[in-house]
Design a protein around this ligand. Structure first.
Ligand code: FES
Length: 160
């Protein structure tokens, strides 16, 4: 499998950062960059990165299973993650998730038919002090209310 020259350059540079024998530490950033380029972490991506880092595809799969930002299936152009863990739950996180599901017409780990939005209910994203928190692609949003969520989703819809 080949990636773009730009991504290959990033990978090459990344592998020089870690000491010999510790290149596997580059796995998570490599997975994120590959996901951005390919659209998902396909079996081909898994096998390729496992081979490059001298680990097994199963070890790659275990890492993917642990981190909610890594996906084996393509997500919507805008991937909406709503935290419903305890701090967010106590201040409306679950209601926010249901509000998002109703507004987008999709459920947990589903993608809208037009491919614009996908939705995921996630565990703590480390923003408990600003709960309830959501993440849209790489952007975090704090103290989110249903009204604020509507504004965010509507503004994204307008830039399509
Ligand atoms: S519980 Fe939601 S960010 Fe921590």
């Amino acid at each position: 499998m080949t990636f773009s020259p730009e991504l290959e350059a990033k990978f090459s540079k990344m592998l020089t950062i870690y000491p010999a024998g510790r290149q596997r530490s580059a796995l998570i950033p490599m997975l994120m960059y590959a996901q951005d380029e390919v659209g998902a972490i396909t079996p081909e991506v898994m096998n390729e990165l496992a081979s490059r880092l001298n680990i097994t595809p199963l070890q790659v799969d275990e890492v993917i299973g642990y981190y909610s930002m890594l996906h084996k299936k393509p997500q919507g152009k805008f991937h909406v993650q709503v935290c419903t863990n305890i701090s967010c739950l106590l201040v409306g996180g679950e209601e926010l998730y249901h509000h998002a599901a109703k507004k987008l017409g999709i459920g947990h780990k589903q993608t809208a038919a037009d491919g614009v939005f996908s939705l995921e209910e996630v565990e703590c994203m480390g923003a408990c002090s600003w709960a309830p928190a959501i993440q849209i692609n790489y952007d975090f949003h704090h103290n989110v209310t249903p009204e604020k969520l509507d504004q965010l989703l509507n503004s994204i819809g307008k830039v399509q």
